[in-house]
Design a protein around this ligand. Structure first.
Ligand SMILES: Nc1ncnc2c1ncn2[C@@H]1O[C@H](COP(=O)(O)OP(=O)(O)OP(=O)(O)O)[C@@H](O)[C@H]1O
Ligand SMILES: [Mg+2]
Length: 511
């Protein structure tokens, strides 16, 4: 009994363990930050990752790199989650958040070693983060959604640091137009990116990527039964039932030993399918989209034959997750059984056509009734690696424009906001006392990791660059940043800092 008491007393006194755990957590999380550091900025290096299943991914996107890294350490995993959260919320800036979080943890580590209590550090960092958001808001410039140039610059800055950067001149206007078409620029405060569908098709080059006001289906029109492949003034029916003979629910066998009965069964089957096809035609439907079925064949040769005779264009194998977008675009409603097949459930489009573009066939549905509700981007690329990255980059650019719709403000990029905030925080720290001032100073220094990394990745001298930038900001040039591309300075969004600061501090508290 007494022995137990003594040992628990000892474990309370033993302060080694918590410090050790904390430091090991910080080291693991910093390692993650260092892993993605080299891919920050336009001159950052892309990563080639081989996944567990042997698949190869080439990317520059922080969230994608981290998603594929098999991180085991719980603290390191939180940085992966941080990047994923940024991806959901802002889409872009997923590398920056991890790099900054790593730098802040490095700063925290140094202070922990000096003996400052973790809670003091966490609280001071939280306040410094709030202050930084204030400074960022102050230095941002308001924009209007009618100012398309600013939107284009923001989208192409985001694309410039990707593998597909040489196509930013084409992809940025596509991203901006896509967003502007699905919103009302005068009143919009958010964009639902589900209204913009990116359809990937291998073949051609990224140059062939196009924006389509309507819908693109990667499935082909069924042609072997001789039906039409182009329909004007289309009335579209989307069915979720099968156009094939019904099957019993139970597994059983029917033995027919009389040829007349056999004939009768076939006749019944024919009649059953013909009735269904006729009923479809009667409603005026001339385009039939058929959902993929797992129960039995969604459509068989006989019904395809009837449909082609009735001059109905058929596209089969529509995926379950495409249904919602198709309905929204064309105004049709999914039909679950033949009894409820009625005219009011049909959608409308001016033209449905199967076109061949750079070696691939796609079905384009244009001139839809509810124009402006949805748009599709047909994304092309020579192979699946490039295509996947092009899609991710386009998604980032769309997210950037969405951020601008949500928060109509921009700040300059190239390390300018980080240096500015860092300087103003240092100044503010002078008005504080004791430990807090020390923590604010450390926070301010940690932010310089972004310009340092940008310069390092571009092969420039980081010390010279950061000193020069500090000097310029001290003289009041708030937007001075590095331009590693030697083109006019781009802009990054103010939002990403708001978000990451919140996330970073959630992490810090756990540690
Ligand atoms: N021309 C440029 N010169 C200098 N820095 C630039 C330039 N264009 C962009 N940047 C900077 O590059 C950084 C963004 O780099 P990058 O796009 O690789 O990372 P991210 O946006 O944080 O993450 P991701 O795009 O992978 O989600 C920003 O800090 C931005 O200011
Ligand atoms: Mg980016």
């Amino acid at each position: 009994m007494t022995e137990n008491k003594v040992s628990s007393y000892r474990s309370f006194k033993d302060k080694e363990k918590p410090v050790e755990v904390r430091l090991s957590n910080i080291i693991a999380a910093k390692a993650v930050g260092d892993a993605v550091r080299t891919s920050l900025g336009p001159k950052g290096m892309d990563k080639m990752i081989q996944t567990g299943s042997g698949e190869v991914v080439i990317t520059n996107d922080g969230a994608t790199i981290l998603k594929h890294m098999s991180v085991l350490h719980p603290a390191a995993k939180m940085l992966v989650d941080l990047s994923a959260a940024q991806d959901v919320e802002a889409g872009d800036g997923t590398t920056s958040v991890v790099v900054i979080a790593g730098a802040l943890l490095g700063a925290a580590e140094k202070m922990l070693v000096k003996g400052i209590h973790p809670t003091t550090i966490a609280e001071a960092f939280q306040r410094a983060a709030n202050k930084s958001t204030e400074f960022l808001t102050e230095m941002s410039t308001q924009i209007d959604l009618s100012d398309k140039n600013s939107l284009l610059r923001a989208a192409s800055t985001s694309l410039n640091s990707k593998i597909v950067s040489q196509y930013s001149g084409l992809l940025a206007p596509i991203a901006v137009d896509a967003v502007l078409r699905v919103i009302d620029p005068a009143t919009a405060t958010n964009v639902d990116l589900k209204d913009i569908r990116i359809v990937k098709k291998v073949g051609g080059t990224i140059d062939d990527t196009e924006l389509i006001d309507g819908l693109v289906l990667t499935q082909n029109v069924v042609k072997n039964s001789g039906g039409p492949t182009r329909i004007e003034k289309a009335k579209i029916g989307l069915i979720q039932f099968q156009l094939s003979p019904p099957k019993p629910d139970m597994e059983n066998q029917i033995i027919v030993n009389d040829y007349r009965l056999m004939d009768k069964i076939l006749k019944e089957e024919r009649q059953y399918l013909l009735n269904m096809c006729k009923k479809i035609k009667k409603t005026g439907c001339n385009v039939l989209l058929i959902q993929k079925s797992i129960l039995r064949d969604a459509v068989n040769d006989l019904s395809l034959h009837f449909l082609s005779k009735l001059k109905i264009l058929v596209v089969k194998d529509i995926e379950r997750d495409e249904i919602e977008f198709i309905c929204k675009s064309t105004g049709c409603k999914p039909i679950a059984d033949i009894e409820s097949f009625a005219e009011d459930k049909l959608g409308y489009a001016e033209l449905i056509d199967e076109v061949q573009t750079s070696g691939a066939r796609v079905v384009k549905i244009t001139g839809v009734k509810h124009i402006g509700k949805t748009v599709s981007i047909l994304c092309r690329g020579a192979n699946s690696l490039v295509l996947e990255e092009a899609e991710r980059s386009l998604h980032d650019a769309l997210c950037v424009v969405r951020c601008l719709v949500k928060k109509k403000a921009l700040i300059a990029g190239g390390g300018a906001p980080e240096i500015e905030v860092s300087q103003r925080l240092s100044e503010y720290a002078k008005t504080l006392k004791g430990m807090e001032a020390h923590c604010f100073e450390a926070f301010a220094n940690a932010l310089e990791v972004i310009p340092i990394t940008l310069a390092e990745n571009a092969g420039l001298n980081p010390i010279n660059i950061v000193t020069e930038l500090r000097n310029k900001h001290a003289l009041g040039e708030k937007t001075a940043g590095i331009n590693v591309k030697k083109v006019a300075l781009g802009f990054i969004l103010v939002v990403y800092l708001f978000i990451f600061l919140k996330e970073v501090f959630n992490i810090h508290f756990y540690i």
